[in-house]
Design a protein around this ligand. Structure first.
Ligand code: GUN
Ligand code: ZN
Length: 438
């Protein structure tokens, strides 16, 4: 074990995942330590184990933080969220296409102002951290200033984030459109400036098929060829009116996914939000190309979009992570998103197990974002992003916990009832980035 100066240890219950419970079986998928210690050196995980074992090897001078009635898990991963939509969360009445026109485009318009973008980016990151989210795949707006503001804020806090400038050159008000050329040029400039800078990575971000011409989608594909390790982030098959519209706009395509596929936008670093109205062939194609899905239950219920079929995605071997999709989603909390995901599966006669849910929120999200080599669990060498959850955060949680005998029950009631109130402390690269106020 490292004896370097910059070593710290954290003692609590600890849970993390080594694999997908659906692939290897629940028992083999995780490690749980009822009295564990996580050792962090220079921002990376150094060791993890039972306190009784770690204490034998830990140098005397290493400080140990002990959290009572607490659970340490890896930092939560939000696979789909819009930072500029923070201020329009919970907008009344509309489904997707009207919601975009009435609320979203007028809000996003304001992000040509770098000062506005900077202020909201900081508030947004405060809110992510208050909720225990340390990594997110984030939509900015069409304005390159909005991306600079976001990455500057994320870099300032040393958070691992993925973001991109929205590409949209039709079917929206003029004030929020780019062109195939300007979208390409701005994206390229941003990739050069931010992709791989510190912990930041770039995602080419066509909003969705209806707001990009075929010329613009071709330009997005050109960028993917020029920069093979950048991400592709968009929406897919969220709303039935949207799916019908795509069929009219792209009459030669075999379906919605085929619009993106035809342009070469599917890859191991492509993430598609929603995927509610997909055919079996489309699930199969997502699997073949290594593409991932962001499952956004809070948003899907709020906009009345539909119920995501997680079992089918699993049966087809498609990578899935959770997304809050704020501002269509109504909570920044990935724990509350698990709560909604559980109910969405109940409505389809499926059971989302506690372990699968926590896997999706951590290692599953990291895999969906192709970041599992650096985050997602506590294997030695991983970046030390983690969250301390308080089992007794509220009187109700405390009472419920008293009536749980098995660890699965404890974890289930915690994730169902917890939100930002249960997030006691949050660490990024071993540095405290959030502490709940007293
Ligand atoms: N489809 C296209 N744009 C958006 C957006 O901003 N939010 C959601 N939920 N779906 C979209
Ligand atoms: Zn979205």
């Amino acid at each position: 074990m490292s004896t370097e100066q910059n070593t710290r240890a954290y003692r609590a219950e600890i849970l993390h995942f080594l694999a997908d419970p659906a692939e290897v079986g629940e028992k083999e998928s995780f490690q749980y330590f009822s009295d564990g210690i996580l050792v962090v050196s220079n921002g990376k995980v150094d060791a993890l184990g039972h306190a009784s074992e770690i204490l034998r090897t830990l140098p005397q001078d290493v400080e140990i933080r002990h959290f009572a009635d607490s659970l340490i898990i890896p930092g939560l991963v939000d696979c789909h969220v819009h930072y500029p939509q923070m201020e329009m969360v919970a907008a009344f009445g509309d489904q997707l296409l009207e919601w975009l026109q009435n609320y979203t485009f007028p809000t996003e318009r304001q992000f040509s102002d770098p000062e506005k973008a900077r202020r909201i980016a900081e508030l947004f990151l405060d809110e992510l951290l208050r909720n225990g989210t340390t990594t997110a795949l984030v939509f900015a707006t069409v304005h390159k200033e909005s991306v600079d503001a976001f990455f500057s804020a994320a870099q300032g806090r040393n958070l691992r984030m993925i973001c991109g400038k929205v590409l949209m050159d039709r079917n929206a008000p003029d004030y929020i459109l780019d062109t195939p050329q300007s979208g390409y040029r701005d994206s390229k400039e941003l990739i050069e400036r931010w992709h791989g800078k510190g912990r930041q990575r770039y995602a080419i971000t066509p909003r969705f098929a209806p707001t990009s011409t075929p010329e613009q989608l071709a330009k997005a594909a050109q960028l993917m060829k020029e920069y093979p390790d950048v991400y592709l982030h968009t929406h897919l098959a969220e709303n039935s009116g949207e799916v019908e519209w795509v069929a009219k706009l792209f009459p030669d395509a075999e379906g919605y996914l085929d619009v993106y596929d035809h342009h070469g936008l599917l890859s191991g670093r492509s993430v598609f939000a929603h995927c509610i109205h997909l055919t079996d062939n489309e699930f199969s194609r997502l699997n073949e190309t290594g593409s991932g899905i962001a499952f956004c239950p809070s948003s899907n219920l709020f906009l009345g979009s539909g119920l995501f079929n997680l079992s089918k995605a699993q049966a087809y071997g498609v990578k899935v992570g959770l997304g809050t999709d704020v501002g269509a989603g109504t909570s920044f909390s990935i724990l509350q998103t698990i709560n909604e995901a559980y109910k969405v599966q109940q409505l389809q006669q499926h059971k989302l197990s506690t372990l699968k849910a926590l896997y999706l929120a951590t290692l599953g999200g990291a895999r969906t974002l192709d970041l599992h080599d650096v985050i997602g669990n506590f294997q030695p060498g991983k970046e030390a992003d983690f969250v301390v959850l308080d089992y007794k955060a509220t009187p109700l949680l405390g009472l419920r916990q008293e009536h749980c005998s098995h660890i699965y029950q404890k974890l289930f009631s915690l994730v169902m009832l917890a939100d930002d109130r249960a997030v006691k402390e949050v660490y990024a690269m071993g540095r405290k980035v959030h502490e709940r106020s007293a």
